[in-house]
Design a protein around this ligand. Structure first.
Ligand code: SF4
Length: 433
């Protein structure tokens, strides 16, 4: 039985208890939200992994995506990237490999780290189809089911599956007449190409019950993919994206009624004034299914800095209620990320998630503690409270330390030192009161 089915029967599972403990919540509250489909817990029994919850009332979680391309296939580097993501504090990891021996790369990654693993089974199915039949559009439908089942058996915790694409949404896209960025989802564009070539409905939509039955058997969380997400700011929140969101929200409800844990994926590229509306729509239309925001990237003009453009979008998303964000690295739109890019991406996304949680959950305590540590010039406490203590310590140490009490930013003009004999004592006094 799945977590949602067990919760619906009133059971507080070991995983629910662990999530409640980590988040400082009552286990019964977490259980009820799992039963309602508002919290998901990737808990495939075929692989032991870290237990983490995603959804209502929980800390915003961060996913790091890695994986080979067809141009760069370096399995050791992918394992290294996975380790870097885990060390940097990602909550989950998606292996999105499309080049080389995808199955063996995935297994190596799964062996190397303890995070829940996500995949897009469509990628492996299309890659195998190219290898066996010479093209992705010739993929036999059965191959897709086989790959999905095999990945579930290996212990994948959540899968992005593009069920919300159907012939009506494709027709809508055609009639819409504009899309500056076209389709940027690999899964989305390949699935549309397959449907057009074969003049067929998307099997993941047509046989949604089969998707659910396969994932449910292994308690894999179904992440309803955003195949029509905008790849350009100009295209955000357009008709086809909203149509797919509508379908995904409906499928999220159907999936959880069938006993499968589900969440919904969101944009993409989006200006900051449209983020809140997307979150309100997803939450309202899906019955508060967890919302997994990809990025979102908030301007198209900063290649090399898209970990920042996405972190701005992610912070707002989290504050408005998104539950899960996918990191973006500085190499987005430019090349396959290296381990250093992964670290930058995870840190930027974790900072964004924290900023959002400060508003979403009113959790300001850590910031208040940091303010006190700064005021008191307590450097070791500042490092302990930092999201990236390693970076903070390194900068402090490397920039010279003429006066250990202050730092080289202002040196003898240290404002904290100047005030220390005056207002600070009063403030400290009032602090103690
Ligand atoms: S030297 Fe300037 S930046 Fe450094 S602790 Fe003092 S006030 Fe802060």
């Amino acid at each position: 039985m799945t977590q949602i089915e067990r919760a619906a029967r009133g059971e507080v599972t070991e995983e629910i208890r662990k999530v409640a403990e980590d988040e400082g919540l009552d286990a019964v509250v977490v259980r009820d939200r799992v039963a309602e489909g508002q919290i998901v817990i990737p808990a495939n029994p075929n692989r032991e992994s870290m237990v983490t919850g995603i959804g209502k009332g929980l800390r915003t979680k961060v996913n790091a995506s890695i994986g080979t391309s067809t141009d760069i296939v370096d399995p050791d580097m992918e394992v290294e990237k996975a380790r870097v993501a885990e060390r940097s504090g990602a909550d989950t990891l998606m292996d999105l490999s499309v080049g080389g021996d995808i199955a063996s790369i995935r297994r190596a990654v799964m062996d190397a780290i303890n995070l829940p693993i996500g995949t897009v089974p469509l990628y492996e199915a299309f890659a195998l189809s190219i290898e066996r039949y010479g093209s992705a559009v010739d993929m036999p439908e059965e191959l897709l089911w086989e790959v999905t089942e095999k990945q579930c058996e290996e212990g994948v915790g959540f899968m992005a599956i593009h069920c919300g694409i159907n012939r009506r949404t494709v027709e809508m896209l055609r009639r819409q007449h504009y899309r500056y960025g076209g389709l940027v989802s690999k899964g989305g564009s390949y699935m549309v190409a397959w449907m057009e070539h074969n003049n067929r409905e998307n099997p993941l939509y047509e046989h949604f019950d089969r998707v659910v039955e396969i994932l449910k058997k292994h308690d894999v969380v179904l992440s309803l993919g955003n195949g029509f997400r905008a790849g350009a700011i100009h295209d955000s929140t357009d008709r086809v994206q909203i149509q797919e969101l509508l379908i995904n929200c409906e499928l999220a409800e159907t999936g959880r009624e069938m006993g499968c844990q589900t969440m919904v994926e969101g944009p993409g590229h989006i200006p900051i004034n449209e983020i809140e509306a997307n979150i309100i729509m997803e939450k309202r239309m899906s019955g508060e299914s967890p919302f997994y925001m990809l990025g979102p990237i908030t301007t198209d003009v900063a290649p090399g800095y898209d970990h920042i453009t996405a972190a701005i979008g992610a912070a707002l998303s989290s504050a408005y209620g998104a539950d899960f964000i996918c990191y973006v690295t500085p190499s987005e739109h430019l090349g396959l990320p290296y381990p250093g890019d992964v670290r930058e991406g995870v840190m930027a996304a974790r900072i964004a998630a924290h900023i959002g949680d400060m508003i979403k959950h009113g959790s300001m305590e850590r910031d208040r503690e940091m303010s006190k540590a700064r005021r008191d010039m307590n450097w070791s406490r500042q490092f302990d409270l930092a999201i990236d203590p390693e970076r903070a310590r390194e900068i402090k140490m490397k920039r010279g330390n003429g006066n250990e009490h202050t730092c080289t930013m202002c040196g003898k003009f240290c404002a904290n030192d100047i005030l220390s004999g005056m207002f600070v004592e009063n403030m400290k006094g009032s602090d103690k009161a």
